[in-house]
Design a protein around this ligand. Structure first.
Ligand code: HEM
Length: 520
C-alpha cells in the first residue's frame, strides 16, 4: 500500500516535471533569425554565396546566436567565441555529435572520426587520436617533421615556382610517415599519388555534404515568383536532389575502388611489415601492437583503426597546407611583417643554422604572425558542424535536440568586441601589453570535438614557417617593364580556405642565409 503510494507520487512528480518542461519549452522562443517562409523555412534567407560573410552580416542584426529552419531542420549559427565556448565546450555533453551526411555514407566515410555521431565508436576512435597526439606523443613525430621540412627547403631551392606543390607534398609526406611509417622518397611516390587523389575527393564530397553548400542551392530560384513559394520550393528541391545525385555518382564511379585501396593497401602493408619485423614505428603499428598486448585486435578493432588512419590524412594534410599557404600570402602582402619575422629569426638563431623545434620559445613575433594569420583568415571559415543530442535552453532561447550548430569562425575573427580593428592584419595584438585572446577555437574548434591533431599541426606550421623564412623571402614578381606586380589575392573556399595562385618570387635571402641554402 505504502509502496504503491510512493510509486504514484513519483509518477505524479514525473508528469508535473514533464508538463513543466513542455511549458517551459513552449515559453522559450527559438533564437532570433531572419523571417521564415511557410514550409521551406529560411531556405531563401540563408546566404547562398560566401555564407560565412553573409552570416556575419546577418549576425549584426540578429545577434551571436541565430536560428534558421531549413526545410524543417533546425540550424543554429554561433558568431561569438563566448557562445561557442558556452555551448560547444561548457555544454559539450549535449553539443558533441555530428549531423548525418548522406554523401559520406555513400562513399563509406561515415565511420571516420570527423563524421561519427557521438557514441561508443566515436569515443573509441577519438582515444586513438588522443593517445597518439598528446604533447608527449607528438614529440615522437618531430624528427619526421624536421626532415620533411629540410626536404621542402631543398625542393623550393631547386624549383621555387612550384612552392605550392612542395608545401602540399610536405603536408602529405609528414602525415604518411606518421600514420604508416612510410618515408616518401620522390615526387612520384605512389603514396603521394594516393594522398593527392584523396584531397580531390575531400573537396568534392565536402561540398555536396555541407548543409551550407547544399541547401542554399534551393535559392537559385527566380525571386519574381509572386507568392507561389510551393512552386519555388519544388523547383529548388529538385535541383538540389539532382545536384547531390550527380555529384555522388561521380564520386562513386571514380572514387569507390580508390577509396578502398587507400584504406586497405597502406594498412595491410604495415601489418605485413610487422610480421617480417621491418615496420618503421608509426601511428598504425603502435596502435596494432597496443591492441595485441591487450588481448588481440578483433576485426572490428582493425576496421576502426583503419578508419582512424585514413582520417589522419583526410583531416591533417589539406588543413596544414592551407594554413601554410595563408601565411605565405600574408607575408607577401605585408613585407614589413615578413622582415620583422626574419629579424627575429636572425637575432635569436643567428642565421648560422636552421631552426630546430627547441627554438620555439624565443620567437614570439613569429608565433604572433601564425596566430594572426589564423585569425585574420581562418583555415576553416566554418567550423565542422556539431549536432545537439538533447533539448536545451540557452540565454532563455530554445535549441531543440538534433539541431545542427555551426560556429562561424569568420564572424568570430572579425568581432570588434574581442579584437581591436579586426580587419587590420596586426600580429602585435597578440603580444604584450595588448595580449588579445588567441584564436584557438577559431582555428581548431571546441569541446569534445576540438581538433585532436592541433599540436602536431601547430608544430608542422611552426617548423616550416621558421625554416622557410630563415633562408627564403617572398617578393613581388616583375612585369615586362621591370615593375613590381602587385596582384589582388583571391581566396578560395571549400572545407578549408587558402589563396588562389598569385604571381610572386621566392628567392634565397642574402647574408648568412645564402650559405645555409648552399648546405641544404
Ligand atoms: C593547421 C591545421 C589544422 C587545422 C586548422 C585543423 C582544424 C580543425 C577543425 C576546425 C576541426 C573541427 C573541430 C570541431 O568540430 O569543433 C578539426 C577536426 C579534426 N581534426 Fe584538425 N586541423 C588541422 C590539422 C589536423 C591534423 C594534422 C590532424 C591529424 C593528424 C587533424 C585531425 C582532426 C580530426 C581527426 C578531426 C575530427 C575530430 C572529431 O570530429 O572529433 N587535424 N580540425
Amino acid at each position: 500500500m505504502f509502496q504503491g503510494l510512493i510509486a504514484g507520487l513519483l509518477l505524479l512528480v514525473y508528469f508535473i516535471c514533464r508538463a513543466f518542461w513542455k511549458q517551459h519549452r513552449r515559453l522559450a522562443p527559438f533564437p532570433p533569425g531572419p523571417p521564415a517562409d511557410p514550409l521551406i523555412g529560411n531556405v531563401r534567407s540563408f546566404p547562398a554565396h560566401d555564407a560565412p560573410l553573409g552570416l556575419m552580416e546577418l549576425a549584426k542584426k540578429y545577434g551571436d546566436v541565430m536560428y534558421f529552419n531549413i526545410l524543417g531542420k533546425h540550424l543554429v549559427v554561433l558568431s561569438s567565441q563566448e557562445a561557442a565556448s558556452d555551448l560547444l565546450e561548457k555544454r559539450s555533453a549535449i553539443y558533441s555529435s555530428r549531423p548525418r551526411s548522406i554523401v559520406h555514407e555513400m562513399i563509406g566515410w561515415d565511420d571516420m572520426l570527423g563524421f561519427l555521431p557521438y557514441g561508443e565508436d566515436f569515443i573509441k576512435q577519438r582515444k586513438f587520436f588522443q593517445q597518439a597526439f598528446s604533447r608527449q606523443g607528438c614529440g615522437a613525430f618531430r624528427p619526421s617533421q624536421l626532415s620533411q621540412a629540410r626536404i621542402l627547403l631543398k625542393k623550393v631551392l631547386q624549383n621555387p615556382e612550384r612552392y605550392e606543390d612542395h608545401i602540399r607534398q610536405f603536408s602529405a609526406a609528414v602525415i604518411m610517415e606518421i600514420t604508416y611509417g612510410h618515408r616518401v622518397s620522390s615526387d612520384d611516390d605512389p603514396y603521394i599519388g594516393m594522398a593527392e587523389g584523396m584531397s580531390r575527393i575531400i573537396v568534392e564530397s565536402g561540398h555536396s555534404l555541407s548543409i551550407i553548400d547544399f541547401f542554399p542551392s534551393l535559392r537559385y530560384l527566380p525571386s519574381w515568383f509572386p507568392g507561389n513559394w510551393l512552386g519555388r520550393f519544388a523547383k529548388g528541391a529538385l535541383s538540389s536532389i539532382l545536384f547531390v545525385l550527380l555529384l555522388s555518382m561521380n564520386i562513386l564511379l571514380d572514387a569507390a575502388p580508390f577509396l578502398k585501396n587507400i584504406r586497405d593497401v597502406p594498412f595491410e602493408q604495415v601489418r605485413q611489415q610487422m610480421v617480417t619485423g621491418t615496420a618503421t614505428p608509426s601511428f598504425t603499428s603502435k596502435q596494432i601492437e597496443e591492441l595485441e598486448q591487450n588481448g588481440g585486435a578483433s576485426p572490428e578493432d582493425l576496421q576502426i583503426l583503419k578508419a582512424a588512419a585514413l582520417q589522419m590524412y583526410a583531416a591533417g594534410a589539406d588543413t596544414t597546407w592551407s594554413t601554410l599557404m595563408n601565411i605565405v600570402a600574408m607575408l607577401f602582402i605585408y613585407p614589413n611583417v615578413q622582415r620583422q619575422v626574419q629579424d627575429e629569426l636572425d637575432s635569436v638563431i643567428g642565421g648560422k643554422r636552421l631552426p630546430d623545434f627547441d627554438d620555439r620559445e624565443p620567437l614570439p613575433y613569429l608565433e604572433a604572425v601564425i596566430h594572426e594569420t589564423m585569425r585574420w583568415h581562418p583555415t576553416t571559415p566554418f567550423n565542422l558542424p556539431h549536432s545537439s543530442t538533447t533539448d536545451d535552453i540557452y540565454r532563455g532561447m530554445y535549441i531543440p535536440k538534433g539541431t545542427t550548430v555551426l560556429a562561424n569562425s569568420t564572424a568570430m575573427s572579425m568581432n570588434d568586441k574581442v579584437y581591436s580593428n579586426p580587419t587590420v592584419f596586426r600580429p602585435e595584438r597578440f603580444l604584450s601589453p595588448e595580449s588579445e585572446p588567441l584564436p584557438v577555437g577559431i582555428g581548431f574548434g571546441w569541446g569534445r570535438r576540438i581538433c585532436p591533431g592541433r599540436l602536431l599541426a601547430d608544430a608542422s606550421v611552426w617548423i616550416v614557417a621558421a625554416s622557410f623564412l630563415t633562408v627564403f623571402e617572398v617578393v613581388p614578381a616583375k612585369d615586362a617593364k621591370g615593375l613590381d606586380i602587385n596582384p589582388e589575392i583571391k581566396w578560395l573556399s571549400g572545407i578549408t580556405s587558402h589563396p588562389a595562385p598569385f604571381p610572386c618570387v621566392i628567392r634565397p635571402r642574402s647574408g648568412h642565409a645564402s650559405q645555409l641554402v648552399t648546405r641544404l
